[in-house]
Each structure stands twice: as C-alpha cells, then as structure tokens.
Design a protein around this ligand. Structure first.
Ligand SMILES: C[S@@+](CC[C@H](N)C(=O)[O-])C[C@H]1O[C@@H](n2cnc3c(N)ncnc32)[C@H](O)[C@@H]1O
Length: 249
C-alpha cells in the first residue's frame, strides 16, 4: 500500500480538547491505528481465519465503525469464499470517503459496500458476522447493553460477533502495569511522552473501557451462548461471541 500520512496530531493539538474522529484524524488514521493498537494487523488476519471456518455460503459480514475500511479490505484479500459479502457502517463521512477510495484502489473483483449511518440504528437481520473493533468503548456505557442486544437480534442463528476492545483490569497493580506496558509499546512505535500524555487526556472522557469479564458478562446477558477470548495482549482483547442456535448448514 502507499505510504501512510504520519500521525502527528498530538505533537500540535492543544491540551484539553476531547478526542473526536474529525477530518484531521481521518487523514492520519491508518498510521494511528497501526501505531496505537497492538497486533492490529495480526488480529485482523486471525479473525479472517476464524470467520472462514464459522461462516456459511452467502453470509454477509458487517463491520460496525468500519472507519477507513482496513478490516474489510483485508478480509476481502484473505478469505477463501467468493460468496461472502461485505458491508462497512460508520457515521463519519470523511472516514467512508477514504474507505471507498481504498476499496476502489485495492479490491479487484470483490465489492465492499459502505453505509453512512449511526450503528445504533442498524437493521440488518440475518447477518452472518458483525465486527465491532475498538468502537464499543466509544459508546456510552448505559447504551451498550441495548446496542449489543440489537446486534444479537440481527445475527442469523449460529452467527458471530467479533468484539475487539481496549480493557481495564480491576486489579490495581496489573491495571497500572498493563497501561505502562502499553505506553512502552507506543514509545517503541515513535510516539513521544508528550504525545502519549496528550492523547490519554483527550480520550479520558470519550473512551470508557470495561474489563474483559464485564464485556463477556454483557454478551452473555444479551443472549450469546458463548463468548471466548481468541486474542489478548495486556489490556487489548478480541472476543468471539456466537449466537448458538441451530446453524442452517
Ligand atoms: C476506533 S475507530 C474503529 C476502528 C475500526 N473498527 C478498525 O478496526 O479499523 C471508531 C470508529 O467508529 C465510528 N463511530 C463511532 N460512533 C459511531 C456511531 N454511533 N455510529 C457509526 N459510527 C461510529 C467512528 O467514526 C470511527 O470511525
């Protein structure tokens, strides 16, 4: 892929401004994710392998909060079946403009559709898989249960929700150490102390993480029969939750 514009937002951004997915962020977003989410690409690849085994012919994968479409583009490239369709949903026009451009440049025969909509209002019954990566954490905690219930209701029997999240630990020592290790990760990716501190402050009121147990409990509460972690790196986790009813194979 072409060189990505570098994320220098918190070299220049004023302290005190809450983080938002504005146009300045969109411009550098792919670089930001690669340098801010541990094992971002590896998780996408592992998820593609998992979905390859769980999905059935003519299934649709819907990526909620798809941003610039990186995950769906990778799925397109990696997944075996030609019968799977792809839909990305985001409420940021700027993100979707970039996603459409990337899809035009990098997908050859398979099509990805993008929809500009609030993910809270989705109505896509019979979906084979929903992807919700690093996005639930931005939804207000009181709304998370009803939102996840809606996703559950929109899955076909045997369908799967992939949930990737930044988490907290209720063990104070481990929580602190996990955060320190995460900041080390960012330092190793070239972010300065000041950039790390400013981003942390900007996200403070916007990104509200739950623990792994809280996320799994919520998934079980809305009806998922199973919710298993398939990847974890300190305070980052990916969970696969299956709607365990009879699968129409
Ligand atoms: C951290 S990014 C997601 C990254 C993406 N899932 C990935 O793995 O590359 C969060 C995305 O969710 C979108 N978003 C946040 N709240 C939303 C909402 N209520 N409806 C639709 N999109 C939303 C933002 O515009 C942003 O693109």
């Amino acid at each position: 892929m072409a060189d990505q514009p570098k994320d220098r937002i918190f070299q220049i951004e004023a302290i005190g401004e809450d983080f938002s997915f504005n146009e300045r962020v969109v411009e550098v977003f792919d670089d930001m994710l690669d340098r801010s989410i541990p094992f971002y690409r590896e998780v996408i690849r592992a998820t593609a392998e998992l979905l390859d085994r769980l999905l059935i012919e003519n299934d649709r994968i819907v990526d909620l909060g798809c941003a610039t479409g990186t995950t769906l583009l990778e799925f397109c490239r990696l997944m075996g079946s030609d019968e799977i369709s792809f839909l990305g949903v985001d409420n940021s026009r700027a993100m979707l403009e970039k996603a459409r451009l990337k899809a035009e440049l990098y997908t050859k025969k398979r099509r990805i559709d993008f929809l500009e909509e609030d993910i809270a209002t989705i109505n896509l019954p019979g979906t084979g898989a929903f992807i919700l990566n690093y996005t639930l954490q931005f939804i207000r905690p009181v709304q998370r249960e009803s939102f996840l219930k809606k996703i559950y209701d929109n899955l076909r029997p045997g369908g799967v929700l992939i949930l990737g999240e930044k988490t907290i630990s209720h063990d104070r020592l481990l929580n602190r150490v996990f955060i320190e290790l995460y900041h080390n990760f960012k330092r190793n990716k070239g972010y300065s102390e000041l950039e790390i501190a400013k981003k942390r402050e900007a996200l403070e009121n916007v990104l509200i993480p739950f623990s792994v147990e809280e996320n799994r409990a919520l998934l079980k509460k809305v009806g998922f029969a199973s919710a298993e972690c398939y990847f974890q790196w300190f305070n980052f986790v990916s969970i696969a939750a299956v709607k365990n009813e009879e699968v129409p194979r």
